[in-house]
Design a protein around this ligand. Structure first.
Ligand code: ADP
Length: 419
């Protein structure tokens, strides 16, 4: 039962509550006196005013509180503490904080960048239209339990996220604080891309090995069966089998090279290598091949040294690959020119130029992908594995150097290594 207050207490409480009106009444009385009204008149005026207020049956409404009760709870939760929002803003994964009616209370910078700005207070569906995400958010709000789904975006670029919605435990149980939920977006596009690359790589490598293996098997069966006594055919088949095994060992060598390079990709080489004698050595090693395909390799080297920090064997591999490709694929141009540019003013650059058929522009960006070839049959017939330029790219990345490819169909191709 509510305790009864004595009438004097009630009166005092009422006077305290109406103090503003009483002060105004006294002020009017004072003005009336100074304006010349007689004493009885002023007293009467005062009594009428005070009685009018005191005798009103209902207590006067308080000045309107700007927020209703649930709204009054909001300042604690509607705007997050500055430390919390600053911490979330510093996160590099997109994060949004939403209320129990799924309106956005906070969005960090990464979320703004990924999904665009959303007005604070707007419903989450104003920015995220995926039915999967909206259903998940709804379920988390209803059950107060965390959930996650995988979500892909196609525009502006293809992205895959693990989107997680979870309740934020802010206040102790039983508190009237508003419930908050956090939506986080973990970008797994890169992981997916690497997974896909790995499985493509295994499939390509297996395919590359399976073809010569199948041909070896076929020839062995023929030699054991129909060509058992045909020594001339056997000799021819053995020649082809030898080529196929050489092709397989080239492929295995390249695969091993790639995996060795991957292992040490983060270690920059620190040996001083002079490119002048190195390019001469590579040219000499390629002379037999150049002669076979009818190409002359011309070196244009500066006076003195051209030193870079690097790994000698790996740099030999780079220039061997580039000059060999220029000889093989640009053979109809008859000459391959190698320019070495080195001076105090600019970077050291080696450019290998051929006057071959050139490479159509759409292929150029993909040349350094493993097993990417403009023409598979052409590459195979020229003993290519499709890994040469991938190896070049790996070595150059480790050397903090760039590969620049320029090509014009019908005119030729140039590969520049810029240290
Ligand atoms: P491959 O072992 O097939 O030569 P690379 O990785 O060295 O593999 O080269 C990839 C592809 O790039 C080649 O198959 C060829 O189609 C193309 N290519 C490379 N160098 C040249 C060049 N100088 N002229 C024309 N095409 C080239």
């Amino acid at each position: 039962m509510e305790e009864q207050t004595p009438w004097t207490g009630k009166l005092m409480a009422r006077i305290r509550r109406e103090i503003f009106v009483l002060v105004v009444a006294l002020a009017i009385a004072f003005i009336a006196v100074t304006a010349g009204m007689n004493g009885w008149g002023v007293l009467g005026l005062l009594v009428i005013m005070i009685l009018a207020v005191m005798c009103s049956s209902q207590p006067r409404a308080r000045p309107r509180v700007p927020l209703s009760v649930p709204e009054m709870e909001q300042p604690a939760t509607r705007s997050l503490l500055p430390e919390v929002s600053a911490t979330l803003s510093a996160l590099d994964i997109p994060v949004m904080v939403i209320s129990s009616d799924a309106s956005v209370l906070f969005q960090n910078r990464a979320a703004e960048k990924a999904f665009g700005e959303v007005a604070i207070g707007a419903h989450i569906s104003a920015r995220l239209r995926s039915p999967g995400i909206l259903d998940m958010v709804r379920e988390t709000i209803v059950t107060n339990a965390p959930n996650q789904i995988e979500h892909s975006e196609r525009l502006p670029s293809e992205r895959v996220y693990i989107v997680r919605s979870s309740p934020v435990e802010l206040a102790p149980e039983g508190s009237i604080g508003e419930r908050l939920f956090m939506l986080s977006f973990r970008d797994i596009s890169e992981v997916r891309r690497i997974d896909r690359m790995r499985s493509d790589f295994v499939a390509n490598a297996s395919h590359e090995l399976r073809t010569p293996l199948a041909s070896l098997r076929g020839f062995i069966e023929t030699i054991q069966g129909p060509a058992k006594n045909d020594f001339k055919a056997q000799e021819r088949f053995l020649g082809i089998m030898f080529d196929q095994t050489t092709r397989m060992s080239r492929l295995v060598d390249d695969l091993l090279s790639l995996s060795r390079l991957e292992l040490k990709s983060h270690i920059a080489p620190d040996e001083k290598v002079d490119l002048v004698p190195l390019l001469g050595h590579v040219r000499d090693a390629l002379l037999p091949l150049a002669k076979d395909v009818g190409v002359e390799i011309l070196l244009h080297l500066p006076e003195g040294k051209a030193e870079v920090l690097g790994d000698r064997d790996e740099l030999v591999q780079v220039f061997e690959n580039l000059m060999e490709n220029a000889c093989k694929y640009g053979q109809e141009g008859k000459t391959v020119e190698v320019f070495l540019k080195s001076g105090p003013a600019g970077p050291v650059e080696v450019t290998v130029v051929d006057q071959g058929p050139g490479i159509p522009a759409e292929h150029v960006p993909r040349l350094t992908e493993r097993f990417y070839r403009v023409n598979i049959e052409d590459s195979r017939s020229k003993k290519g594995t499709g890994l040469g330029l991938a190896i070049v790219k790996h070595i150059l990345t480790r050397h903090r150097a760039r590969l620049i490819v320029k090509s014009e169909v019908g005119k030729g191709t140039s590969f520049t290594v810029r240290f």
